[in-house]
Design a protein around this ligand. Structure first.
Ligand code: C2O
Length: 502
């Protein structure tokens, strides 16, 4: 295995992905941000220099297990202090599983300002090797004309009694560069699709073409043909498309962003959904026809996906974590989001540092502050149930693990009945799962990766509202942890995390 090294200056860049100019956060003076490309087993090194002048920063590598490198996971206030302007910070970790990932800032609601990019890990044992000719990365995102800090000020103000998130102004594909994808008739493409959104789910449909879905997030599934996919913020799908070999024309693909509700609900008085037409360009001499408008958005139901190797359900479980999600007010009347009536409050001392420096008391959840902490025993099987009391769907992400998705019933089902039913035998694994509106989700994983791992809604605005829990896994192992100098220096320099209105 090799080493891939990136030297990145994080800088403000002027960009207009949808025609409207604004400052965005780029890398080495460029935006869109570059991709990280590696092969399973490689060591990835990112030498980051914060040249933003006015903001702290940091990077998280979404979906990467960080086995043995839990201090490299990235979230500010959790495993590191935010990197102050003028400081450098080195991330180093091994990519141990293939798939489509992404990296993004995990500090003060910063990734909607642009600091994000694909992270592709190639599979030397790719079961689809030889079954496709080329790869295409397709990212989709909601897009905002104002900067995140300004948007959040409004969201977190006591006048926001409806707990409304900021609404996007537009939709972008490949950060504004993605409207034409060159296809050659007869070739098969592996599309790696990533949703970078801070809020919106995307529906995607390719005119006249079938998507053969082979991975959800970074896990192989038993191949499923789909005509339409819904991809929630932070989720990924890998699918194969064979460029059809029939008539002389180009084919549109359609992407539509919604407010994570079912498409029947458009009472919000905002410009929903945001629609986008791109093209599979097979023949440059032919026109780009706007045909085949989709008027019924009905994505494939991913709740019946199966894993690819026939693995059974993990279990029985030793620990059940039940999280009831509702919007809530903090004691000062500010809008927040709560698990079990408690909102997450950003910590000045990263939770991992608390775990590493408090000896045996690190098994006591009360030492961690208001972070919705759960202590996980090494080696145990953990089941998390999220009850969603909101009418919109929410994508929940667990750091450090893939989990099995055991149950994900449709909107309106109500909360988990409190007992396990006959879950399907070969559940898919993911790192980000959507819980439908007024419904629940049941996930399971093995606590085989000591560290401090967040579990949160990946709507970035809801992270800033406190919709986060903290898994403190294998605290006994964490007692011996030490931290590199640049990590300690980031804390000494007083790069405090954004405090919101907590
Ligand atoms: Cu994409 Cu907490 O992460």
């Amino acid at each position: 295995a090799g080493t891939v090294t990136y030297n990145w200056d994080v800088t403000w860049v002027w960009a207009k992905p949808d025609g409207y100019g604004r400052p965005v956060i780029g890398i080495n003076g460029q935006w869109p941000c570059p991709s990280i490309e590696a092969t399973v087993g490689d060591t990835v090194i990112v030498n980051l220099n914060n040249k933003l002048n006015n903001q702290t920063t940091g990077l998280h590598f979404h979906g990467i297990s960080q086995k043995g490198t839990e201090e490299m996971d990235g979230p500010a206030g959790v495993v590191q202090c935010p990197v102050p302007p003028g400081s450098s910070f080195k991330y180093q970790f091994v990519v141990d599983a293939p798939g489509t990932y992404w990296y993004h800032s995990h500090n003060m609601g910063q990734y909607p300002d642009g600091l994000r990019g694909p992270l592709i890990v190639q599979d030397p044992n790719d079961p689809y090797k030889g079954k496709y000719d080329e790869e295409v990365v397709l990212s989709v995102s909601d897009w905002y004309h104002l900067q995140s800090l300004d948007l959040m000020r409004g969201m977190l103000s006591p006048t926001n009694t409806r707990f409304a998130p900021p609404f996007p102004d537009n939709i972008t594909v490949n950060e504004g560069l993605g409207s034409r994808v060159n296809f050659t008739k007869g070739k098969t493409y592996r599309i790696r699709m990533i949703n970078f959104s801070a809020l919106a789910s995307a529906m995607i449909h390719f005119d006249s073409h079938t998507m053969s879905v082979i991975m959800n997030d970074a896990s192989y599934i038993k191949k499923e043909d789909a005509y339409m996919l819904r991809i929630a913020p932070a989720q990924r799908y890998d699918f194969l498309i064979s460029a059809i070999d029939r008539d002389k024309r180009n084919y549109p693909f359609l992407i539509s962003l919604d407010y994570n509700r079912d498409y029947t609900n458009s009472t919000l008085g905002v410009r929903w959904p945001l629609n986008y037409t791109g093209y599979l360009v097979m023949d440059q001499t032919q026109p780009l026809n706007k045909v085949d408008v989709v008027n019924k958005w009905k994505p494939i139901d991913d709740s019946h996906f199966k894993n690819n190797d026939g693995s059974g359900i993990l279990g029985p479980y030793n620990q059940l974590i039940k999280l009831d999600f509702k919007f809530c007010l903090d004691k000062n009347g500010y809008p927040r989001a709560c698990f079990n009536n408690l909102t997450y409050i950003d910590q000045k001392v990263p939770t991992l540092y608390s775990a590493a420096t408090t000896g045996n008391s690190n098994t006591n959840p009360t030492i961690y502050g208001q972070v919705n902490p759960f202590i996980l025993k090494s080696g145990g099987i953990v089941q998390i149930v999220v009850n969603n009391y909101d009418e919109a769907l929410h994508p929940f992400h667990l750091h450090g693990h893939n989990f099995q998705v055991l149950d994900r019933p449709k909107s309106g089902t109500g909360p988990w009945p409190g007992r396990d039913t006959n879950y399907a035998n070969t559940p898919p694994e993911r790192d980000t799962v959507t819980v439908n509106g007024n419904s629940y989700v049941v996930i399971r994983f093995k606590a085989d990766n000591p560290g401090v791992w967040l579990f949160h809604c990946h709507i970035e605005w809801h992270v800033e509202m406190g919709l986060t829990a903290t898994m403190i896994e294998g605290p006994d192992t964490l007692q011996s942890l030490t931290f590199p100098d640049d990590h300690i220096n980031a804390c000494k320099a007083g790069g405090t995390p954004y405090q919101g209105n907590a």
